[in-house]
Design a protein around this ligand. Structure first.
Ligand SMILES: N[C@@H](CCC(=O)N[C@@H](CS)C(=O)NCC(=O)O)C(=O)O
Length: 203
């Protein structure tokens, strides 16, 4: 197996954090998305969407979409469970995965695409879309803070794939996009400090 990756991109980092939590090492292949290497014919044959991460199996089968990759690994290596163990835990994990994706990652991505100088050459940016994304991202942060007021981790008492996804999203938002959460959100801050201190955060 090999994982097509790019160090500063948030979606591949989700998978790297997840793998680190599992204690699994997979060789990484760098795809420089700033140089558009994800749009070459060779790469589009692996993932027609032209994005990373992609997991390539030894028989050449390619799996794209970060969560699909993590789910595949989860089936192969169920311990420790990072998608929940019981039916309820699995449902709650899925619920929060969707919320982090739709309420935080999507608006942050909107700010990145429509408001950042690095992406300006890729499309005609719409500043109002960036502004709306910024507002929606802050609403998403509030939702996470509310959940973390009564839960140690985003899907409950145990670290899960949701924490890996949220950490990579929030670090990308603060570091590259310029949409940090407000530190008054003290539960989110407590969680962020905790998950950032885990060795997997280095991934
Ligand atoms: N939903 C996909 C998103 C993949 C994605 O947008 N990856 C970004 C890097 S974080 C990318 O490849 N961007 C370059 C492009 O789309 O051309 C996933 O979860 O893997």
């Amino acid at each position: 197996m090999k994982l097509y990756d790019f160090k500063t991109a948030p979606n591949p980092r989700r998978v790297r954090i997840y793998l680190a939590e599992k204690g699994i090492e997979i060789p990484l292949v760098n795809v420089d998305i700033m140089q558009r290497e994800q749009k070459t014919p060779d790469f589009l044959a692996k993932n027609p969407v032209g994005s990373i991460p992609v997991l390539e199996l030894d028989d050449g089968t390619c799996i794209s979409e970060s969560i699909a990759i993590c789910r595949y690994i989860e089936e192969l290596h169920p311990e420790p469970p990072l998608f929940g163990r019981t039916p309820l835990e699995k449902a709650v994990t899925e619920m929060w995965l969707r919320r982090v994706e739709l309420k935080v990652m999507l608006p942050v991505g909107q700010v990145w695409v429509h408001g950042h100088p690095l992406t300006a050459r890729m499309l005609k940016q719409i500043p109002e879309a960036a502004e709306l994304g910024r507002k929606r991202a802050h609403l998403g942060y509030q939702l996470l803070d509310q959940q973390l007021a009564t839960n140690q981790f985003l899907a409950g008492d145990n670290y899960s794939v949701v924490d890996a996804v949220a950490l990579s999203t929030i670090d990308f938002a603060a570091g590259l996009v310029g949409v940090p959460y407000d530190e008054d959100l003290k539960h989110l801050k407590r969680w962020h400090d905790t998950v950032s201190a885990r060795p997997s955060a280095e991934a």
